[in-house]
Design a protein around this ligand. Structure first.
Ligand SMILES: C[S@@+](CC[C@H](N)C(=O)[O-])C[C@H]1O[C@@H](n2cnc3c(N)ncnc32)[C@H](O)[C@@H]1O
Length: 512
């Protein structure tokens, strides 16, 4: 491992990469694998290393797409999704030392803790979580069979038959896919045309189609490296590079923007810990410290602080930190629970005097999503309240809403809270174990008996269940308050009115 890292350094610098070896080292961290370490105090705004654009590995820089030809590339469907980039990685690896990226490829892992490699027993532990339906193993295997295999078979000159078992097997396909999933970045091409039309605010090309927002948060520049919106010299203008979202999250992502970035992918990330970030310029990408980093501390990139379900699925690890109110204990503050609209309909159906299908169809057309997302603040999502109201409305109210084309306001009443509490209880039954079971499994003295997969699955489940419990508690306290306001009313009229009492749900729109 150490030898590979040393060779990586040599290769990186020989290829025009530059690294401040007095500031950053690569070392092995017991819980995180290899990672960057500060070798001395580092001020915010310092460039730790720079990667020439031509050293990134993508379908823009690999010569395979040209060799296969643009027509064939499209004909085999390699221009959509990740199959094209995966084939490039396989092909570059098959070239051995003739590939420019050979020393880099040798540093990449070939085993992963991600659920795509889990056996059935381990996968059962993920039942009910936001992981299971998103693993995408079948879709990947379909791409391999329908796109990659025909491309390989069409050109024995580029993909010699005797190299197929070693370099182009389904297993290698999964390994390359996992390398991309856990290590790639979203890197857009530089366009000087666009920046000149933006009032001096530097914008990434195709910004609107980017899978994640590119903000203009920049490191404070205490040591010479200035990155500011309104940069005057486009040669020095800089944009932030996002670690790639997976393909299914955004169909509009251009697969050519997904790139492996040597050296940058050596940095680990942990919720809320980011102290360095990748920015891009015309000719190179720069890893820049975004905070003061003390000598000896780990240099953390950011993976966008996803929930543990996504961390496990994409990277094979989970984050466990102290949680804040209303939750207690430890977990990932970015955790979420997903509640499908069809579960809500199932639960609400007994209370309905109407056939919900027409309203459900209208909702799906007019609202964002068929899934409601609850965060660790345990607030009932406004969209969930709005959806249940829509289902419960008497016919005339429903017709009004439909004619106006506006979603119902997120106001709660006792009947609605009753349904939401039931939804939360039903959702908790989707898991193979109870919250108490998982707390016991993860208790000191017991947790050591779990396999790594078993432990990670239990952490994901427990994080989601704590949110469900916290949200149920919030719903119950809202219900108590509403009942108290009803009981407290003295005159009969006020009592009658409060039967219909309603209150607005506070909080933000939930974000996926
Ligand atoms: C971009 S790579 C970082 C370099 C990696 N540690 C290595 O040895 O090559 C991402 C991988 O690092 C590990 N990793 C990153 N952040 C971690 C964390 N907070 N906890 C545990 N493992 C982490 C995971 O295995 C993840 O798939």
């Amino acid at each position: 491992m150490a030898m590979h890292t040393e060779m990586l350094y040599e290769w990186f610098q020989a290829q025009g990469g530059s690294i401040d070896t007095s500031s950053i080292g690569i070392t092995e961290f017991p819980l995180y694998g290899r990672g960057g370490v500060a070798l001395r105090n580092i001020e915010a705004g310092q460039t730790l290393f720079s990667v020439p654009r031509e050293l990134t590995l993508s379908i823009r820089t690999s010569s395979l797409p040209n060799q296969l030809g643009e027509g064939a590339w499209k004909q085999f469907g390699l221009d959509s999704g990740w199959s094209g980039l995966i084939l490039c990685l396989m092909w570059e690896e098959a070239q051995g030392d003739a590939s420019k990226w050979s020393p880099y490829l040798r540093t990449l892992p070939s085993t992963f803790d991600t659920p795509i490699f889990w056996d059935e027993d381990d996968l059962c532990g993920l039942q009910g979580t936001a992981v299971l339906n998103k693993i995408g193993k079948n879709e990947a295997e379909r791409d391999y069979t329908e796109k990659v295999v025909p491309a390989i078979q069409s050109r024995g000159d580029i993909f010699p038959a005797d190299a197929v078992p070693q370099y182009y097997s389904l297993q290698r396909y999964h390994i390359m896919g996992s390398r991309i999933l856990s290590r790639s970045f979203h890197v857009e091409p530089w366009s000087s045309d666009e920046e000149s039309e933006t009032d001096g605010v530097v914008q990434a090309v195709g910004d609107s189609a980017a899978p994640m927002e590119i903000d203009v948060e920049m490191p404070s520049a205490e040591s010479g490296f200035t990155v500011e919106p309104g940069e005057e010299n486009p040669e020095n203008a800089t944009e932030e590079v996002e670690i790639a979202e997976d393909e299914e999250d955004d169909d509009s992502e251009n697969p050519a923007d997904v790139a492996m970035v040597p050296m940058a992918d050596m940095l680990n990330a942990r919720f809320g810990s980011e102290n360095a970030k990748l920015f891009y310029e015309k000719h190179e990408l720069k890893m820049v410290s975004t905070k003061f980093i003390k000598a000896g501390e780990q240099i953390w990139n950011t993976y966008g602080d996803p929930p543990n379900s996504d961390l496990l699925r994409r990277y094979g690890h989970v984050d466990v930190l102290p949680l804040s109110s209303p939750l207690t204990g430890e977990g990932n503050p970015a955790d979420i629970v997903e509640i499908r609209a069809d579960l809500v309909v199932d639960v609400a159906v007994n209370a309905l005097k109407n056939q919900p299908q027409e309203r459900v169809d209208w909702w799906l057309e007019n609202a964002d999503d068929d899934t409601f997302v609850v965060l660790t603040d345990c607030e009932v999502p406004e969209e969930l309240v709005s959806f249940v109201r829509l289902l419960l409305f008497p016919q005339d109210e429903w017709e009004k809403i439909r004619n106006k084309g506006k979603l119902p306001k997120p106001k709660v009443d006792i009947a609605l809270l009753f349904i939401i509490a039931d939804v939360l209880r039903r959702r908790a039954q989707d898991y193979p174990t109870s919250l108490e079971d998982d707390e016991l499994l993860l208790a000191p003295g017991k947790v050591e008996e779990l396999s790594l997969n078993g432990k990670n699955a239990a952490i994901v489940r427990l994080g989601e269940k704590r949110i469900l419990r916290g949200t149920l508690q919030q719903v119950q306290s809202m219900e108590e308050k509403l009942r108290a306001s009803m009981a407290g009313s003295k005159d009969k009229k006020r009592g009658r009115d409060s039967q219909n009492a309603s209150t607005s749900v506070r909080g933000k729109r939930s974000k996926r």
